[in-house]
Design a protein around this ligand. Structure first.
Ligand code: MIC
Ligand code: SF4
Length: 659
């Protein structure tokens, strides 16, 4: 029978539901991963479930985000994560060992297995044929406790790759081209399955770079077949026994097929400040550049850094440019050293950091005011770099190194001979950097610092909900807008009362002080609300302040799941034009909401009250002798029975407690 890869892996992991797009399915999870910025909360939630030991075959706690130790807080979190991993049977990847996605690809990826990670770039492992999803920490905590992962079955989009890269064009240009065509919401509700003759020439790290930025398309995940390239990669890692072939059978039915000829691709670049503002490099060439950052979970493999090193051999940086290299993993750094790649970087004037996320999440490396920064990272949302009004461009390692040499954005083909990098004949695999769990974990004491605050009890939904419009925002609001990261705020990821003081402050600096202690409220938004990171704090911190309702034109997938997990009602406009009717300060009512939800209603009446007649035709009512104007609109909820119960009870943990 004809079957896509996605259908095959899903069928082998199906716990409940039918593999029909739009239906809720539950999948068994083989591997989990967390990183430190989402992991602390995920493990506090896991602890609250009272399960004695992690259930999945492989569970790993990585430390890669919060690496700056400006005070005790990040160090306390690292210690908490280390002792927690030992206590509950997880591997621990210490600070300096690398970015979760790169290390997982190297040390654990296995074709045909499922992976759930509390980071939106978890699909990177799709480069090695894993079906890997990004999710909120609570979903990962549930998977750690042995529960399946629920998702709405996406459509499968096929991308057929043909041809071979021209010199100075690489994997990043493929995904930038897909972003140019589909935009940051083009992948929503879709899994991307790659196939075609070009795969013969694409190594696993190159595939991983493409799968990684499927997250920027809003795709549920991306996956590649497992073939000779995959076997070669696993063999280099000393894990050939983990190889299983994986390919589509017969004539698989894709909802849509996109064709891409690698030979016709040219160097591309995403302009500030969205990953889909993609143009050919030549269109912006000549733009002066002050900073170049090479690294991140998208582009910091051995190949990527070796191309940069070979290009820099015998050259110096442009005097205006600060070049920093963030290796993806200790393994990459060790092999770079072994292959003679470190010296050219250092001699050219690059600053080489220990492996980790660094400036990608604003942990240092902020650019100067008004300057241009070219990065090989996956995201360039406004302000994410740590500098207000930043000008961050996203490009391949080839285009980035060209900018470092010439001090301007320029076509890398100007650099002359292209150093094609194959896998080295001898590859160093250092198994000691990952800490396996001890056999008797029960005896380990979990050490918490004063910054680690237990998870709050969330209240159930009232019969009729009343609140106020607390904030109205536009389209494509990111989780960085809802709850910023950066070196000041990231250390508060395990301290909800403190981190809540930053909710929405990018969009309205007064938001937390304006709303706290004023009952419950709603946020009104536009299209693709909550795109970007998987951080559940972007749901939980507003909830902590009293946000119970989000009414928007459309949601991004992971954020939607996080809202439901924390008991925030995710509503969409039946008539998107009603967005214009709502303004901050209006009073709201959702009559009989609890019962309507539990009864399975998918349309709900939503009442809006104002003290002035803000549109024609509002109904006049009297409230305590005062004239009040009322308008009823209709909103939609698209939820499964399980999610409806979760919302009525106030969140997933309350549901887990009820059983
Ligand atoms: C990101 O790239 O935005 C992050 C930081 O890795 C996030 C996770 C987080 O906010 O902790 C992600 O992508 O999910
Ligand atoms: Fe780290 Fe950046 Fe990747 Fe997020 S996108 S995991 S911050 S490297």
């Amino acid at each position: 029978m004809s079957k896509t890869i996605v259908e095959q892996v899903m069928a082998a992991h199906l716990v409940s539901g039918e593999l029909v797009s739009g239906a809720e399915v539950a999948l068994k999870i083989d591997h989990t991963l967390t990183q430190d910025a989402t992991g602390t909360l995920a493990y506090l939630e896991f602890e609250a479930m009272g399960v004695p030991r992690a259930v999945p075959e492989v569970a790993v706690s990585y430390v890669d985000h919060n690496l700056l130790q400006t005070d005790f807080r990040n160090a306390d979190d690292h210690r908490f994560l280390r002792t927690m991993a030992a206590r509950y049977g997880l591997y621990f990847s210490p600070p300096g060992n690398g970015i979760s996605h790169q290390v997982h690809l190297e040390r654990f990826s296995a074709p045909g297995k499922t992976l759930l990670g509390s980071d939106s770039h978890t699909p990177t492992a799709g480069g090695a044929g894993m079906l890997a999803f990004g999710a909120g920490g609570l979903d990962v905590a549930l998977a750690l406790a042995g529960q399946p992962f629920y998702l709405i079955m996406p459509e499968i989009l096929g991308v057929r790759l043909a041809g071979r890269f021209a010199p100075w064009v690489s994997a990043k240009d493929v995904i930038l081209e897909v972003l140019r065509r589909l935009t940051v919401k083009g992948g929503r509700g879709k899994i991307i399955e790659y196939f075609g003759p070009a795969l013969r020439f694409l190594s696993v790290p190159e595939r991983a770079a493409i799968a990684n930025m499927g997250a920027e398309l809003g795709a549920t995940t991306s996956i590649f077949p497992a073939d000779a390239q995959t076997r070669k990669f696993l063999a280099l890692q000393g894990r050939e026994e983990d190889f299983r072939p994986l390919k589509a059978h017969g004539r698989p039915q894709y909802a849509q097929v996109l064709e891409l000829d690698l030979a016709s691709l040219e160097p591309l670049i995403a302009c500030p400040s969205s990953p889909d503002k993609v143009v050919p490099v030549k269109k912006v060439s000549g733009t002066p550049v002050d900073q170049v950052l090479i690294g991140s979970c998208a582009n910091s493999s051995f190949r990527d850094l070796m191309v940069v090193a070979r290009t820099l051999k015998g050259r110096r940086l442009h005097p205006r440019v600060s070049l920093e290299i963030n290796p993806g993993s200790l393994q990459v750094l060790e092999n770079l050293a072994l292959a003679g790649g470190l010296l050219p970087l250092l001699s050219a004037g690059a600053r080489v950091m220990p492996p980790g996320c660094w400036g990608c999440i604003g942990m240092g490396q902020a650019p100067a005011t008004g300057s241009v920064s070219v990065r090989t990272f996956p995201r360039n949302f406004p302000g994410r770099s740590g500098t207000k009004d930043d000008q961050v461009y996203l490009a391949s390692p080839e285009t980035a190194v060209a900018a470092a040499v010439f001090g301007e954005i320029t076509d890398p083909r100007r650099l002359g001979d292209y150093p094609r990098i194959g896998a080295p004949r001898y590859f160093l695999v250092n198994g000691r950097s990952l800490v396996p769990p001890p056999p008797a974990g029960e005896k380990v004491e979990v050490i918490r610092g004063p910054n680690i605050v237990a998870f709050p009890q969330l209240s159930p939904l009232p019969d009729t909900w009343r609140g106020e419009v607390w904030l109205k925002v536009g389209d494509h609001v990111t989780t960085d807008d809802i709850l910023p990261a950066g070196s000041q705020i990231l250390p508060l990821r395990s301290n909800l009362p403190e981190i809540s003081k930053y909710a929405f402050t990018r969009l309205d600096p007064e938001f937390p002080s304006r709303v706290q202690g004023r009952g419950e409220g709603a946020v009104i938004g536009g299209e693709n609300y909550g795109q970007g990171s998987s951080r559940e704090h972007a749901a939980l911190a507003p909830r902590y302040l009293g946000v119970r309702v989000k009414l928007v034109k459309s949601f991004a997938r992971i954020h939607l799941a996080n809202l439901i997990n924390f008991g925030i009602l995710p509503l969409t406009f039946e008539n998107p034009g009603d967005y214009d009717l709502l303004t901050q300060g209006q009073k709201l009512e959702l009559p009989n909401i609890r019962q309507l939800l539990l009864d399975g209603a998918d349309r709900l009446p939503f009442k809006v009250f104002g003290e002035k007649p803000w549109i024609q035709g509002v109904r006049v009512i009297r409230f305590k002798e005062k004239k009040v104007y009322e308008k009823e609109i209709w909103v939609r909820v698209d939820l499964s029975t399980r999610q409806r119960r979760m919302l009525a009870l106030g969140g997933a943990l309350n549901l887990a407690r009820e059983g």
